[in-house]
Write a protein that binds this ligand. Structure first.
Ligand SMILES: O=C(O)CCC(=O)N[C@@H](CCC(=O)O)C(=O)O
Ligand SMILES: [Zn+2]
Length: 330
């Protein structure tokens, strides 16, 4: 295997490869661009016109996506995967990955679209570096731009794998993008209703990419869970240009965010069982959270909980209340 194929090892060790550009025996070019950043180019004549960014490790404690991207990079370097798309592969937050923590100073996935200018530290610098890497990659016109930012949720989920579609001016997810997600074994898509400063919001907004945050199924240890293995198989088919054209009728379940619960003080408390699953139903009229005299009571019929996390910084999201969407509400 080519040395660049060990990108995860190099990144965790803070090392550069001896040769920054390497070619596989079948002519695929692997180009190390910066810490944790690899550009993969198919041989001329085999490129089908798709530019795909895959990022993992923006949260250093989400190990499934990091392991997933490592497997893909090794397979590309061995020549087991023969791409027909250009790829930008990113281990997004090496410092947090080394310590296996969500972030060091600031949640990197809140620092894009200019937000990094308001804070100091390693993650602010990395956000600006990632913006530049992605900007360079997506600078070629006339190509299809896609981005999947890979995460794994901190708790079990009633929808094994789901996507978050960032809000952007002029419309949400297109039917063919949703059908593609369905083909990738994604069970549900949460449509954002307002702007955010995540990595996928940045690639969607600045570069018009078909961009989603993907929450892969959680698992234990090194073994990838079956749903992630299915995602891997389908994603490799996309990378190799073997993807089946998906019918627009094949769509994941759509949901939308009804309310964001923002932690305001150290007295914030979530009134939920610690082991509650993502998308578990919230009884109408029940108390969801309280904080310094403020109370969040569930008043949405058919509400579900997503990403409950009391241990976040003040001012940050501590939970989402989401509701299923009728296809006609899109
Ligand atoms: O499991 C959790 O509580 C957090 C999972 C996670 O990191 N989710 C992403 C979602 C990003 C988005 O809204 O597109 C995040 O919080 O950054
Ligand atoms: Zn995450």
């Amino acid at each position: 295997m080519l040395a660049i194929g060990k990108l995860l090892e190099l990144t965790l060790a803070g090392r550069e490869p001896c040769e920054k550009v390497q070619l596989t025996p079948r002519g695929v070019k692997l180009h190390w661009l910066a810490e944790g950043a690899l550009l993969v180019s198919p041989p001329s004549g085999q490129d089908q016109g798709v530019d795909l960014v895959l990022s993992a490790g923006i949260h250093g404690n989400e190990l499934i996506p990091i392991h997933f991207l490592d497997r893909l990079i090794r397979a590309l370097a061995r020549g087991d995967v023969q791409p027909r798309a250009r790829l930008l592969l990113l281990f997004a937050n090496p410092a947090a990955m080394r310590r296996m923590v969500r972030y060091i100073e600031h949640d990197l996935n809140r620092l894009f679209l200019g937000a990094h200018a308001d804070v100091w530290g390693g993650e602010a610098i990395r956000a600006s570096e990632l913006e530049a890497l992605v900007g360079g990659f997506f600078s070629v016109s006339g190509r299809q731009r896609r981005h999947y930012d890979l995460h794994s949720a901190m708790r079990p989920s009633r929808l094994a794998q789901f996507a978050i579609c960032p809000w952007r001016e002029g419309g949400g997810a297109q039917p063919d993008a949703l059908a593609r997600l369905h083909g990738l074994a994604i069970d549900g898509v949460l449509l954002q209703r307002q702007t955010s400063s995540t990595l996928s919001a940045m690639t969607a907004t600045l570069h018009g990419a078909e961009a989603f945050t993907l929450e892969l199924a959680e698992g234990k240890g090194e073994d990838l869970p079956p749903a992630v293995l299915q995602f891997e198989q389908e994603l490799i088919a996309m990378i190799e240009g073997r993807e089946l054209p998906a019918g627009a009728e094949a769509q994941p379940q759509l949901l939308s965010i009804s309310r964001e619960v923002i932690k305001r003080s150290s007295r914030f408390r979530l009134c939920l069982p610690a082991d509650i699953e993502n998308f578990a139903p919230l009884p109408l009229g029940s108390l969801l959270a309280e904080d310094d005299g403020m109370r969040w009571v569930v008043d949405e019929p058919d509400a579900r909980i997503l990403f409950p996390m009391a241990d976040v910084a003040e001012g940050q999201r501590a939970a989402l209340i989401v509701v299923p969407l009728e296809q006609s509400d899109k």
